[in-house]
Design a protein around this ligand. Sequence first.
Ligand code: FAD
Length: 568
Amino acid sequence: SLSKLLVLFTVSGGTGALVAYAEADRSNNGAFIGSSETVSEKKKVVVLGTGWAGTSFLRNLNNPRYEVMVVSPRNYFAFTPLLPSVTSGTVEARSIVEPIRNIFRKKRMDIEYSEAECLKIDAENRKIYCRSSLNNNNNGIEEFVVDYDYLIIAVGANVNTFNTPGVEEHCHFLKEVEDAQKIRRTVIDCFERASLPIVSDEERKRILHFAIVGGGPTGVEFAASLHDFVNEDLGKLYPRVKDLVKITLLEAGDHILSMFDKRITAFAEDKFKRDGIEVKTGSMVVKVSDKEISTKEMKNGGEITTIPYGMAVWSTGIGTRPFIKDFMKQINQANRRALATDEWLRVEACDNVYALGDCATINQRKVMEDIAAIFKKADKDNSGTLTVKEFQEVIDDICERYPQVELYLKSKQMRSIVDLLKEAEGDVKKESTELNIEEFKAALSNVDSQMKFLPATAQVASQQGAYLAKCFNRMEECEKNPEGPLRFRGEGRHRFKPFRYKHLGQFAPLGGEQTAAQLPGDWVSIGQSSQWLWYSVYASKQVSWRTRALVVSDWLRRFVFGRDSSQI
Ligand code: FAD
């Protein structure tokens, strides 16, 4: 039997280096027989990013016929849903991260990792340009080029400041592990500063005013966890200043947690009121200086007010990374919010490039164009109408190709048409009934809003990673026996079934051992029982037994000894 040895050739050129792979065989006696004929037949897969999407892809990929290279500036995976717990020291930063090499160490595959960030994608020549930020002899900067057969873009997103002046300079973000650690240190700094004898009462109040911008799940969870930290731990250690602490949550919309069920929103707003967390809705932040936040009050005719603060955390949503923006310009997607892909997660107009997670979105416009094409094909005499039977066929085509549409067809607006079609089943007379295509298409265009962008969540990212890995694992098999829906009637099938998101529910921890859970089927549960569900789900979702053990022991430590308030 032959064991395979991978040889890495690095061909230097100009400021960069071209990295190419070739393969050689080693016979039983260990003799090396490398030759040009043994050049690797393995397809090279380059994965950008070690977050939820990239890691899920790597964990699920198990076809040894690929040679994988992972490029990411972060050599670990971070369990982001527990970042708010890191800001209060409920969980240690180390407990929620897993070295990426640990994740693929046990896989029987060729996987290499480079700690670098991608600067540019050249899809035409199948190359990516990267820069390592590790200190080395080359003035601290090392650039190199990597070629690929398949590129998986899973680089997540940036914080979105909406270009609000002063935000970059004065606000904290809660995106990375380092951000959470910095927030924790700053909270403790504020308490120490407010305790200095030289500080006036007015200044103490300002220093201990914590402002959180954005009433989405992250902002709300952070506010709740800060409140617990102050109430259960810091208040005991800083009794002289504890009554001066104020937490304000600023939200531009009418409610916080607007993406959750109304019962959860109402419960959260009530609970925060009882806890003394001020929730200012209709309050849009327009400027941040080092000591003040200016807001536009929608409910007061757009009046501008200023709020003194000690620490501000900005959590208002996500934006596109600059190099992805450049890439989008290259491929005529400049006007989009994120990289547009089809239902198979392939970046439009780019061969062998896939995008998943927060940096990608499934292109709904393309879906509508496809649906229009299906109609056009069915309308053979160009009359603008189809018989019920033809309609039925068209709908079958659409539903097979786009499973989401099937759901939409059950919605109210479409019911009359669907009823008509149902009535027509087996009724020969009604087969001649004609339906207007334009009318139908207009109703169907609402599918756009029904199918909405998938939410930017870890759940979506990890399901996409697992889906894509399964496609890659079965690439050859499905090439021979396609299992996907029809391309168009009579035109063969797609290799794979399209990506289908399965929503498993979402949590909103509200502090004081109370959590709101919205589970599939709009089943809502709020209170302590959901908190236990939250503990068990988050423990079970850890990527390794090591992090699972660390996270659970951190929770136990907090129950027994409380949270640590030292500045390290
Ligand atoms: P990420 O996980 O952000 O990973 C991106 C990766 O790309 C990183 O490894 C990064 O280092 C790398 N990268 C960046 N730039 C480059 C580059 N130039 N070249 C190469 N690599 C690069 N979702 C939930 O479902 N439930 C929750 O409870 C939840 N809570 C959250 C709490 C917080 C505080 C935050 C910030 C997010 C939370 N989310 C939650 C959202 C979830 O974290 C994201 O949706 C998820 O991380 C997206 O995964 P991703 O792989 O697309 O991006």
